[in-house]
Design a protein around this ligand. Sequence first.
Ligand code: WT7
Length: 630
Amino acid sequence: MQRFIKTFKDYEQFYKESIENPESFWESIAKEFYWRENWEKVLEWEFHTPNVQWFVNGKCNLSENCLDRHLENKANQIALIWESNDPKVASKIMTYQELYVQVCKFSNVLKSLGIKKGDRICIYMPMSLEVVIAMLACTRIGAIHSVVFAGFSAASLADRINDAECSLLITADGFHRGEKYISLKSIADDASYICPSIQKTIVLKHSNTEISWKSSKDLWWHELMQNVSENCQPEPMDSEDPLFILYTSGSTGKPKGVLHTTGGYMVYVGYTFKNVFQYEEGDIFWCTADVGWITGHSYLVYGPLLNGATTVLFEGIPTYPDHGRFWDVIDKHKVNILYTAPTAIRALEQFGNEIFKTKDLSSLKVLGTVGEPINEDAWQWYYENVGKKRCPITDTWWQTETGGILIAPIPGVTPLKPAFATLPLPGIQPVLLDEKGNEIHGNDVEGNLCIKFPWPSMARTVYRNHERFKQTYFSTYPNYYFTGDGAKRDKEGYYRIIGRVDDVINVSGHRIGTGELEDVINMHSAVVESAVVGYPHDIKGQGIYAFVVCVGPVDEEALVREIQTLIIEKIGVFSKLDKLQVVKGLPKTRSGKIMRRILRKIAEGDTTNLGDTSTLLDPSIVDLIKTEAK
Ligand code: WT7
């Protein structure tokens, strides 16, 4: 690959080139891929509307680049390894040739159901070979996939289907996750009932469990795949044609349908996968994220397949059947590169180091983390026990909206510093801004993290709501993309991500909007109003603390139970509260704004240092909340 970073000198040279001449830099990388028609212009942009276009008028197809391009040399190489939740169930593998055939067949199935370029398809599936087939088939025919994490409730699934007006839902009978069984089809049925746009549901037989069946709508995956042609020409897509929608939470309102487009996403994700993981031919790569999140899209599916890599899909969890499972999977499949989340590392760290005596992790070369800030302690533990001090750790900072990794050390190249995402990748121009919107220059500084120049895989819009896109990301600081994160730049110019500066919390790497949670809590008939904040949590990174105001006296135990049930129903079990405190009132300013800063302090257990409370309407409320804090 062009501009592959092998030394720190390379990094410095490519970085410089990418800033001084971004168009020729990205053009040289784009040429590595297969294009049906060349672009007329590399980049067109302004951050006001905003309007960003990469590889203007170029035509390509992502599935063709992930599959067809590799058939000449690597038809028999393994593309996917599937590892079941149950270690006794045999793993499955699929070569590039086999994956290609399955994708072509499923593309023809989609076409036979009338699916056309631009149609939206909701994918609500377990971690399986078929979820990858479904995604690639969508991209092959130009349909826009919207993958919904299989941990979301029926209500959340329905919201997402309705927002994008998906005409097809692809799901499975069910699956096991640790000890639990998730009856996906019945959740999908509950959702589909309130989704008028859904014409058909394709059901994968995965857990072989009994399910209910609607003969007018439901179709079995395996039946549809019989007698279908194995040939399907990829649809030539414009660079800027929509590729997929992925919903993510923000400070306010419903989740946003972040929209990514084709050409730029392909080029950036392909380039960063190769560099950030220092992927070499033959490496086995394992990203433990679920396909339902952006990490799964970019670095479990598309990044590895664009590079002709072997990628592991794991259906289970780190602690089932015991806390050695991750290490067993690494040993079994001889994993070379492991990409996981700090929350998983912290959860496993609790069990101590005895386990490593019996596990062979010698295949590992590179370790990665993503999703939340990694504390130094967890970093060291990962480095010493998993990587045996031989494997560099790449702490990758990015977001659903950025499409790919923006700030991360290049393993073996960038000098490491625990808990630092270190330096921007080529093409990325981060800046720190102060409250007034001025750039903070120099080093040893802290501010709000923004990006001042476009990169190929940035989100282009919020689906059917460009105004919201502009408001959320390009209005806080005109002419900058605002990430919502705060960051430090240390003496050497290394970045350390501190965390969100808005009302988004990060629980076990899951991004949760506090506003969304409050809306659900407020649905309870006894609740008048509520405020949700995050607080430091040893394993999850952040825990969820809700302050709730009720009408009259309540049975607190029952209240907690009922609110948890509501949250599970409306969002999903991963959003359950850690703490709930019934309070007489919330600390508000005279203009009625809740002072979350104070609630955050109380949730943190820091009640001595609440800062200025003089603007509060009723300061006595704070004393009351403080004394009853959980
Ligand atoms: C938010 C984005 C794209 C990765 C999966 C999460 C936090 C992500 C790091 C990191 C510190 C991180 C940020 C960001 N975050 N990676 N390496 N260090 N914080 O994607 O759900 O869109 O969440 O995750 O706060 O804004 P997401």
